[in-house]
Ligand binder design. Structure first.
Ligand code: DX5
Ligand code: ZN
Length: 228
């Protein structure tokens, strides 16, 4: 059993991972402490390269700085064109899990996922809303984390795409039929109104950027997203 599955069993519930993309970066240490105190389970870090997606955020240097001030495990979401080249620096920076995008590579995913694991991190596979299980299904046996995108990656604050729930249900069915134990993370437009749908479909780690950092009640937002 991977350590994310273990942690979720301990929690006995779904987990919430605030995305720091929507946090106030002039005071990132205080923002991280605030979500820690408000019951967050993980921190979700969105790395964008301006090439795989049309936005640029931050690289391993900032991940490393966040790792120094965060008590929460870091789930790093690489929205970059060359994950094979850069995944090692995000492992070294202190990530607990590193997810690469299926769409970032024509082939060779398995080798990068194995490299992430051998570097001591959990290996995640992220997929865009329009990528079907027929394309990535074969890779599910080599991952610790499946990251279902419910918006097209690139920006926070976008509208949730509910059609992705069908794919999540299909992934849950494959996992059960094959006895796999990866954890399902869901990212994009998750808020107080959409979280229930995500939990029902089988989402276990719910990522929320604007729905947490865009409010003045982090605890209330995290508790409602969790469904507590
Ligand atoms: C989108 C990112 C998300 C984003 C979520 O490309 O991967 O993690 O920050 O933000 P909200 O919760 O605002 O949709
Ligand atoms: Zn993300």
């Amino acid at each position: 059993m991977n350590s994310l599955s273990q942690r979720l069993i301990e929690l006995g519930t779904v987990a919430v991972a605030p995305s720091v993309l929507a946090a106030d970066f002039t005071d990132i240490k205080a923002e991280i402490e605030a979500v820690e105190k408000s019951g967050a389970d993980f921190l979700h870090l969105d790395v964008m390269d301006g090439h795989f997606v049309e936005n640029i955020t931050f690289g391993p240097m900032i991940v490393e700085a966040i790792a120094r001030v965060s008590k929460l495990p870091l789930i790093t979401h690489l929205m970059i064109s060359d994950p094979a080249k850069y995944a090692p620096s995000f492992i070294k920076a202190g990530s607990a899990a590193v997810s690469i995008h299926f769409e970032a590579m024509g082939s060779g995913h398995r080798a990068v996922l194995e490299e992430i694991r051998s570097g001591g991190c959990l290996a995640g596979l992220a997929v865009n809303p329009d990528t079907s299980i027929d394309e990535f299904g074969d890779l599910l046996d080599g991952i610790d984390l499946f990251l279902a995108m419910t918006v097209f990656p690139g920006f926070g604050g976008q509208k949730f795409i509910p059609e992705v729930m069908d794919k999540i249900r299909d992934v849950v069915a494959v996992r059960e039929s094959k006895g796999q134990d990866f954890v399902i993370e869901v990212d994009g437009g998750v808020n107080l109104s959409t979280a229930g749908m995500v939990r029902e479909a089988g989402g276990q780690i719910l990522v929320a950027g604007s729905a947490v950092f865009g409010t003045d009640d982090y605890s209330g937002a995290i508790a409602s997203i969790r469904g507590a």
